[in-house]
Design a binder for this molecule. Structure first.
Ligand SMILES: [Ca+2]
Ligand SMILES: [Ca+2]
Length: 216
């Protein structure tokens, strides 16, 4: 662990850490530890997101998905997916899930899913539900306003928020993503803007962990 924690991690922190760990588990199988090649990515998708993968009709879907993000961050089409490119892809799947979940009402009873969710699916769903919980407190249920976002940051990412020297950090974070996706600086954060922000925090954690690993 790169940092000592004063308090036990929240569910949100646990899920963010889990996604980083899962990426590292597959990216570390061969070649660069910091990126996935197509074999590592196929392995990840078939095992962790198997229910998504097996529903796709296109046999080349995984190659196409990888092609759609490869080079988007580092500018190199090198058939390697780094963590930020990976998060862009996962974030896209989560945005689609969030839209689907927002459209259908929550089930009255909880029917047991045919197959239990994988660790990755459980973490993704739990992050979506966390966003919906805070965004749904008032006003637009699909958007976080400033006070909803502040409540989220102070409760779910408490140790991150408390470690920041800048007392305006929460406002600045919100301003940094507001309008980046929907083009409207309306002081409302939609799920995709939220994922950009959470993704940025996760990339910073992942980079810190890789630097730490290089030192030992
Ligand atoms: Ca690798
Ligand atoms: Ca709201």
């Amino acid at each position: 662990m790169a940092q000592m924690r004063q308090s036990p991690p929240t569910d949100m922190e646990r899920n963010m850490e889990k996604i980083i760990t899962i990426f590292q588990r597959y990216a570390g199988k061969e070649g660069s530890q910091a990126s996935m090649n197509i074999k590592e990515f196929e392995n990840f998708m078939n095992i962790e997101l198997g229910s998504f993968t097996k529903n796709q009709k296109d046999p080349n879907i995984l190659k196409k998905m990888m092609g759609s993000v490869d080079g988007g961050i580092d500018g190199k089409k090198d058939n390697e997916m780094d963590f930020q490119e990976f998060l862009n892809l996962i974030g896209g799947i989560m945005v689609a899930c969030n839209d689907a979940l927002a459209k259908c009402p929550p089930p009255q009873k909880n029917p047991a899913p045919a197959t239990p969710p994988t660790e990755m699916e459980a973490s993704m769903e739990s992050i979506i539900r966390c966003f919906q919980h805070y965004a749904g407190k008032k006003g637009d249920k699909n958007q976080m306003d400033y006070s909803e976002f502040e409540a989220f940051m102070k409760t779910e990412l408490r140790s991150f928020t408390e470690n920041q020297k800048d007392p305006n950090i929460v406002r600045k974070l919100m301003e940094s993503v507001d309008g980046a996706v929907d083009g409207r600086q309306d002081k409302q954060m939609n799920f995709q803007e939220f994922m950009n922000l959470i993704g940025g925090i996760m990339v910073a954690c992942h980079d810190a962990m890789m630097r730490h690993l290089k030192r030992v």
